[in-house]
Ligand binder design. Structure first.
Ligand code: DP6
Length: 321
């Protein structure tokens, strides 16, 4: 039995739309930061004593699309390794699940890593990234620590993530403002499919997201928080703009989401470098230097309880236990 740990990641330039939903190929490259706080531990064992794959997440049998995706990853591992046996999978999330904190990223990265090793496959990180991508797009990035780029690519083998900087050697971290940790109403998978099919803003989104890649990479390498934050905040707003243009329209924002975004703008006006980003959920992640965490949290406390604010630092790639 092999156990792997993968950490979740937050995209500073988002993946939002599939040009191939079977292979999970995105329209544009994306860039993320792997975090230290939220992670998934997954153990996998292939055993001929089982008739079918048994997959437990937080001690509950996995169902629905999660089960389908996990089986797809296990099937790819069996094809590559020649193993016929079924798998027993136990997964524990140390993430508030499906609240826009990307639990699927850490979950499928850990499954791919533990599964491949349990099957005695010696995969490179690039190959692991491709395998994890078949579970969830954002999981391709969680194989790596620190700053990561997922190359959109044009087919199975050309769509994979790669490290930009790990470990992160400058002062950047996130404050996660937990607005609501209940299960989100529109999953990222369904949300992005809806905008691809119906939002007239989608082509503009793809164009602007791809154009952000090189400037974001140079901001990371030059340790330029102001430039990085400004690009990330705009990118997130443009992603959410696609949902306003969808038919029927929808949004992940809640009133408190907007209140925090506005507060972040105001804190910035007072001279503190901080920027917001929001994924497919109501929670806001504030990008800033750790030296400003206390000041920013103090200013957010009138709208957020202190226990709803969580500091996350850059985290590592996949590890085995
Ligand atoms: C908004 O990776 O969860 O967090 O590939 O359908 O599983 P699937 O989607 P998923 O989408 C993540 C969307 C996002 C942006 C991002 O992480 O890049």
């Amino acid at each position: 039995m092999i156990t792997a740990r993968a950490h979740t990641n937050i995209a500073f330039l988002k993946y939002w739309g599939k040009k191939d939903s079977n292979l999970i190929l995105p329209y544009n490259d994306s860039i993320s930061l792997t975090l230290n706080k939220f992670y998934t531990d997954t153990s996998v064992e292939f055993t001929s004593s089982m008739k079918e794959d048994e997959i437990l997440v937080d001690n509950q049998p996995l169902t629905g699309s999660g089960l389908k995706r996990a089986k797809r990853v296990l099937e790819l591992i069996r094809q590559k390794s020649g193993i016929k046996a079924s798998a027993v999978v136990h997964s524990t999330n140390h993430v508030p699940t499906t609240a826009g904190l990307a639990s699927s990223a850490s979950a499928f990265a850990a499954l791919a890593a533990a599964g491949a090793k349990a099957a005695n496959l010696h995969l490179t990180d690039k190959e692991l990234s491709i395998l994890a991508r078949h579970g969830s797009g954002s999981a391709s990035r969680s194989i790596f620590g620190g700053f990561v780029q997922w190359h959109a690519g044009h087919d199975d083998q050309s769509s994979y993530a790669q490290s930009i900087q790990s470990p992160v050697n400058w002062d950047i971290n996130l404050i996660t403002a937990l607005v609501d940790t209940a299960q989100k109403k529109v999953s990222s998978t369904n949300g992005m499919q809806a905008v691809v099919e119906t939002s007239p803003f989608f082509p503009a989104w793809v164009k602007s997201a791809q154009a952000d890649i090189e400037p974001m990479k140079s901001a990371i390498l030059n340790k330029n928080l102001a430039k990085l934050g400004a690009i990330a905040e705009n990118n997130a707003m443009r992603m959410h703009a696609t949902t306003f243009g969808a038919v029927p329209n929808f949004t992940y924002f809640q009133p408190q989401t907007l209140a925090i975004i506005e507060a972040v703008r105001n804190i910035r006006k007072q001279g503190v470098e901080c920027y917001s980003t929001v994924d497919a959920g109501p929670n806001v992640k504030i990008i800033c230097a750790s030296s400003d965490n206390d000041l920013i949290m103090e200013k957010l406390e009138p709208i957020m309880g202190h226990n709803q604010l969580l500091v996350c630092k850059p985290g590592p790639g996949v590890t085995y236990r």
